[in-house]
Design a protein around this ligand. Structure first.
Ligand SMILES: [Zn+2]
Length: 188
């Protein structure tokens, strides 16, 4: 493909336009060619390393599947999240855990599976009595106005998420905390 015709090319390393001798020249200079080669090597190493980490992780994953009791670290691996996330889930009451001794928290495996059940079958953990105080609740019309949601959509939402209701005469109230979480997330 070599010729005396000047071919205009873009260097695949530095992005500069250059005059090449052939239509397949990739780099403007030896320097760029070397740098590109080194970068490719580096990327290769990173990929290999990532693959190794992935392999170790999946082995750990398999081993954890058979365990009945998990440490916070185990749970984090299973859920592919940080330990902090697991502690947050514990604090929010989404995962039940036992402190069998100081700094030793154990989680039953089934607690992790429970996270993936449809919400209707998961018992509502937070203190419903506290949530259902009228001052901690919205009136239905209030929600419709605040979040611009139709009556039907609101009732569906309440039903779908199994939100507890407080009934006073013909008025129904629902906990602000639940509605805020659900509707704010939606609006963001
Ligand atoms: Zn270059």
């Amino acid at each position: 493909m070599s010729s005396n015709i000047k071919v205009s090319r873009i260097c695949q390393h530095c992005g500069q336009e250059f005059e090449a001798k052939t239509t397949v020249t990739k780099y403007c200079s030896l320097v760029c060619a070397r740098r590109a080669y080194k970068a490719a090597l580096r990327n290769n190493k990173i990929e290999t390393s990532n693959r190794e980490v992935q392999a170790v992780k999946s082995i750990a994953h398999e081993q954890l599947k058979g365990k009945e009791f998990l440490t916070v670290r185990d749970a984090a691996i299973l859920l592919n999240s940080s330990r902090q996330t697991i502690y947050t889930l514990i604090n929010e009451g989404k995962i039940n855990a036992s402190n069998i001794k100081l700094k030793k928290t154990l989680i039953k495996r089934t607690e992790i599976d429970k996270l993936f059940l449809p919400t209707t079958t998961v018992p509502i953990v937070p203190d419903i009595q506290k949530e259902l105080k009228v001052e901690a609740c919205y009136h239905m019309a209030e929600i419709q106005e605040k979040f611009g949601i139709s009556e039907k959509a609101l009732f569906d939402l309440i039903k779908r998420n199994n939100i507890p209701k407080l009934k006073m005469g013909k008025f129904a109230f629902v906990p602000k905390s639940r509605i805020d979480t659900l509707l704010k997330a939606k609006n963001e």
